[in-house]
Design a protein around this ligand. Sequence first.
Ligand code: SAH
Ligand code: SF4
Length: 360
Amino acid sequence: MAENRIDIKSLTEQELHTLLTEMGQPRFRGGQVYKWLHQGVKSFDEMTNIPAALKEKLVENCYISVAAIEKKLISAYDGTVKYLFSFADGETVESVLMKYHHGYTSCVSTQAGCKMGCDFCATGKGGFRRNLTASEILSQIQTEQLDNDLRISNIVLMGMGEPLDNYDSVIRFLELVSSEHGLNIGMRHISLSTCGIVPRIYDLAEKKLQLTLSVSLHAPNDEIRSRTMPVNKKYPIGELLKACRYYAEKTGRRISFEYAMIDGVNDSDACAKELARRIKGMLAHVNLIPVNSVSGSDYRKSRGDRIKSFIEILAASGITATVRRTLGSDINASCGQLRSAVAKEKAAGGNVSNESVFTK
Ligand code: SAH
Ligand code: SF4
């Protein structure tokens, strides 16, 4: 069923003002409705200070999108919670709530599936379903806050999907989530991760947002990168790094390069030297992530001594690199895996319980 009504939670406060003024409402009404929407109400009925006649009108013309909990896994190690959320049309995405010393971080999805087809990624292997709306991205954070009765202080756009392939909705989401009467999460507390859609990196640079741009590099040259990440055939590493330099200069913000360490593929000393040569002098940091094995690929984590050597070679060129701390290692299995496991269980006619604590 196609939804013809307005996706009201995707509207900015200004757009909501305009809509409600057109409905003959006083000036303050937009602010009231905006606050309710950003507190995470699921229906217009919950808006107690809104007149009944207006609520009826809103139900007729608008809908409130929600992220419903389809399945939930809680790590027995560190309390990390992994969610499988479903939307009105039945599409599902994953999101992870993590606790760090500085507060709670939510890792949200921006698309159901992904078109980019990276070889090591469970989401990429599952194909593309559709873009998420700004409100659907926001709803993941709202549901997590309400489900756990806490305030999320940091967001990473590192769940399923390629954020810069859903550029307009992602920009709209950023505006909503950082707005004063919304969740008010500052751009400095937000990271956006991309596989390297070069033209959109330039677009983003012009906006001069104070967010952290993470670039999934995962290889030091075209030969290895094109083998593992098809996007590199369209936007080769040289062009990508040029865009990254431009971004760092334009925004004054440090780029975070993500580098999944894959045994025997991209973890040699020669790879480290080539990487160092290419990003030397750039305002950047390297995040090394021992690759998570996913079904359907033979990739294995690099050995500890390889990672150590990599860090030393980068450090010799003045590049700081750290190994990403992995939270929820018992439930992690990188984004895309929970969704495909549930789909398989359902296809096999299995009973899918919606909450489990993994003890291992
Ligand atoms: N599409 C965006 C953001 C989502 S993926 C991107 O690619 O950047 C989030 C991060 O997880 C990316 O850095 C991605 O390369 C990484 N990733 C995907 N599969 C992985 C795996 N099996 N092991 C380690 N990191 C992985
Ligand atoms: Fe898509 Fe990112 Fe996975 Fe690549 S790593 S397939 S871009 S989600």
